[in-house]
Design a protein. Structure first.
Length: 307
């Protein structure tokens, strides 16, 4: 049985953790995020993915935000080089430090921002002091994984198969670099000039117009025509084998994940999906958390307090 990683004290989390110590914390964060998204709506996807990328490495401790002078932190790992929006977390932290110095953790800021993009989360985390490029390489699931590998990766974090397929719905918003999936178009399983036969041919042809074999690493919409809206359109695309990543298509290779995809490809399933996504985000937000006297509350999100 795979090792299950649980939080040090995950049950120390609860909604409204700062209601007494910093009652305006969530309102301040929401105001800033609303201003950011109004100007740059394409940041909603990256801000949401920051939560996932943080929680899957050492737990939800904001280690994704730490800088390394020798470029060996999590943010320097290849899977994280396309993440955007780090400056937004600094902006929120600065505002919260002015309002409530030393109270709100960077880990909770990552979670609250994810909430403000799509769903509710608990608060009460503390910040970690370690950030490792190598751990990010090991822990973050690759977009090219098979369904069995994806299920094992989530199980190691204490997350269920349902959490896997529900959280994959985050691909409904945002954009991706061609480099994240270009092997599906031109170098399938390491064989040159071959394409992934599970990808819809018409969709593949459209992708090749944007992502040429030796062209620039351009950006494409993960959910064409709906990439700024958090909805169930993603599942419709996956059911038609038009998921951008191999990990999207892999959801059709398991009875449970395929069943969820098929059941949620229609607009009348939105409310159920939104409820499920909120639940899975809470589950994700409990992975490996530091609470109580563990960790610290960083004054600056990009460095630990001892530096």
């Amino acid at each position: 049985m795979p090792f299950i990683l649980h939080g040090v004290n995950g049950y120390g989390l609860h909604p409204g953790f700062y209601s007494t110590s910093c009652p305006q914390a969530e309102a301040i964060t929401k105001k800033i995020i609303n201003e950011v998204i109004a100007i740059a709506p394409s940041l909603s996807g990256p801000l949401l993915r920051m939560f996932f990328h943080d929680c899957f490495v050492r737990g939800c401790d904001a280690s994704i935000l730490l800088d390394s002078p020798i470029k060996q932190a999590e943010k320097d790992a290849p899977p994280n080089l396309t993440l955007r929006g780090f400056q937004i977390f600094d902006r929120v932290k600065d505002a919260l430090e002015q309002a409530c110095p030393g109270i709100v953790s960077c880990a909770d800021i990552v979670a609250i921002i994810a909430r403000d993009v799509v769903a509710a989360v608990e608060t009460g985390r503390r910040d970690g002091i370690i950030s490792s490029l190598n751990e990010a390489l090991i822990s973050l699931p690759s977009p090219s994984l098979t369904i069995n590998s994806l299920k094992a990766s989530f199980q190691q974090k204490g997350l269920t198969t349902k959490d896997l397929v529900v959280l994959s719905g985050a691909h409904s918003i945002g954009i991706s670099h061609c480099s994240s999936f270009i092997d599906r178009l031109y170098n399938y399983t390491g064989i040159d000039n071959t394409s992934d036969p599970t990808l819809d041919p018409e969709y593949m042809a459209r992708l090749k117009l944007s992502c040429t074999k030796n062209g620039p690493n351009v950006l494409v919409e993960m959910d064409p025509g709906s990439y700024k809206t958090f909805d169930v359109h993603y599942y419709e695309l996956v059911s038609k084998r038009r998921g951008l990543f191999q990990s999207d298509t892999a959801l059709l290779d398991d009875p449970e994940t395929k069943g969820y995809v098929e059941a949620h490809r229609y607009d009348n399933s939105r409310e159920t999906f939104f409820h499920d996504f909120g639940t899975s985000m809470v589950n994700l937000g409990r992975v490996g958390v530091l609470t109580g006297n563990f960790g610290e509350i960083r004054k600056v999100c990009s460095k630990v307090n001892s530096l």
